[in-house]
Ligand binder design. Sequence first.
Ligand code: TRP
Ligand code: ZN
Length: 881
Amino acid sequence: MRTDTGQLFRLEDYRPTDYLIPQTSLTFDLHPERTIVRAVLSVERREGVSASQPLVLDGDDLKLVGLTVNGALLGDNGYRATPERLEIAELPAEDRFTVEIVTEINPTTNRQLMGLYRSSGVYCTQCEAEGFRRITYFLDRPDVLSVYTVRIEASKAEAPVLLSNGNPMEAGDLAGGRHFAVWHDPHPKPSYLFALVAGDLGSIRDSFTTRSGTKVDLAIYVEDGKEPRALYAMDALKRSMQWDEEVFGREYDLDVFNVVAVSDFNMGAMENKGLNVFNDKYVLADAETATDTDYAGIEAVIAHEYFHNWTGNRITCRDWFQLCLKEGLTVFRDHEFSADQRSRAVKRIAEVKTLKAHQFPEDAGPLAHPVRPRQYREINNFYTATVYEKGSEVVRMIRTILGPDLFRKGMDLYFERHDGEAATIEDFVKAFEDASGRDLSQFALWYEQAGTPNLSVSYDYDPAEKTFTIELEQSLKATPGQSRKKPMHIPIEFGLIGSDGKDITPASATGAEVTGDVIHLRQRKEKVRFTGIGERPVPSLLRGFSAPVTLASELPHEDLIFLALNDSDPVGRWQALTKLLTGALIAGVKQVRGGKPPVIDADIVNLVGEIAANETLDAAFRALCLTPPGESDIAREIGDNIDPDAVLASREALIKAIAEAHRQAFAALYDKLANTGTFSPDAESAGRRALRNCLLDYLSVAEADPSHATAQFRAADNMTDRAAALGVLVHRFGDSDSAREALGAFEERFGGDPLVMDKWFMVQATRPGAAALDRVRALMSHRLFSLDNPNRTRALIGLFATANQTGFNRADGAAYDFFADMILKIDRENPQLAARLLTALRSWRSLEPVRREHARAALARIAATEKLSTDVKDIVERTLG
Ligand code: TRP
Ligand code: ZN
């Protein structure tokens, strides 16, 4: 494990390398504990660089066993090798030469899951961001592009399947029960996109013919026997390939495209050129084992990794500060894909919920950083919601500002100009400026300034003048390392709604710039005055959630109810309803903390009933409206001095009031929505299940009885309905025999499948209340649990820390202590996983004083531990600030 070197990397220090490596040829002699890697690098000295400049290559935990330059051994002073670095000083005078490096690595003991490791006996690699240097010494940075040829040799019995990037060239048998395969990738790529997989894997195959007529062979490799569970991923892959041609004009560029599912993986998946490697959670699905959420996740991640082929691989990043260049853009592309495949409005609301749940707290806490960070100690810690999700919002805003046609023109120009290059955010923004003739320099501040801007809005209607004036003010709080902030260019989609529910078209607009239905706020404070407005309109601002900001508007209760029922924009409707529910829930928290039972607002209870009953609305949309803001959403809106027990009490009181008021109607609707026919994962069926499962929870609360849930659990013919019923049983009736029996039945049925059992761990980890800690501790001894596997660890420890507000934030701090122990333990094996889990404590300062002090003490204990990884040290130090 790499321990902290204290080095800080800064954007302003970027400098191109002295040497290039236009070609790389690798030979792997695979053995479980002693793999030999021979790397032949064709090296080129850049013009103007002196031959006395040494070639300095990156390494991590490497053992050098051989080195030649132009075929000759070097003198003792000719080079210096440490596990972290190979410096070659004795170099030829010519500007081109060959360096051959032999290293020895151990894939079996590699538990960091970076570099070459083994997962359930399968050899696989993960090189982003800096894993390639754990395989061989290299210029391991994204602006060094090389053409790779890879030869893999392995035992035929152990690894019948041998894969790498690009196209297959040659394969055959060797002596001693071994065989080999050669792969060649004609597209120059950075080392982080290198991949190798070797093992005994099953596969499904298909093909896709590009619009210019090239047939591409597609394969998805999975654990033997699980092939049928890869069919949905294959379908999603073909739809992604088709969509990228239709919507972005982008075609695939190799003869083969391979996807491999592995069970030990730190993140969701990886876009290695022509050989995407996936966490099996994002490949494997069938009705029996996967929920509708799992299906949607697979579709999104398959698309995301495929789309990286153009946004990430063909055009890559100059340096890791530009990470959002590929990630934000590719998230935007996968969002658009899912919106086109499913319901656009429902998809957008889901995105807004995710952004607010993950990115807003990041931006409001000690880990806040700009979409393009200016400095880092550990790049692994910058694969964040800000870089990915806010990065995607920034791209979406560019489209909102330019409109779809100029946006597409800008994208085309970006692809045309930078194909085959390692680009920057400046290059990206410039393409849109040049395509549209618009000045985006103020807009580019979205990449530079951390924090969520607040928009405060007031309205004035003048009946005599028939004018409606909106006054807007933006503000942005200080974030770590940034105190003074400049006003940003914020695109605000809007509508002015008349009493008939229809949008009013203003005669003219003066003040802030208005183009179509977008107000462009650029000053700190600006007014916009609309004329020709015959009645006082209800304004709907931030339609489609057109900018990642918080909105403080002085709209009265009745207007919010009106918007929740009438806004032509479903996202606007949902936003208005959420605002009402959040207000009611926060009022309830105050009442609980004042020792009183929460008073429930009858208007809100009725409103929810009205939306549930409105069959003209999408079932999935109604399900979103029927789910009140979660405990962490409420906590985020309160902002400080949080008491999670009071938050839970307030939320439960509202749910109970809604459940009791609409008991009959909900029961009838629940029955009406019952399954018919065979299972289909399509969006409409999934929406119906989502709504029905929402109603199941309300019904169970109203009846104070588990029988509806038990009946559904037993009758379920798919995992969505089964897992939802289990959730109700465990969370609402956890001590009952019904819950115990259901957990037992689930374990009996799925105990052979760790991936499915993650749902069983999760449902128990998230059962509210202080007793959760003991349950989590006990579950750690379950035969399927292992801290070595990231999916298991996230299901139990991760969900406990992020999705069990009352259980994790126990008033006595015992769960923080347990959590700190786990972080320290995991850090010794897998620093990346430990650091990511630890971000669960990022909002510790918003807790009430007693819990806050316990959390601080647990963080301080981690910080004071010796031999922390760079990853954990960086997170804990920034969190304590
Ligand atoms: N680039 C990958 C994606 O977003 C994610 C990724 C980055 C990753 N670093 C990783 C995956 C490390 C696994 C391990 O598509
Ligand atoms: Zn990505």
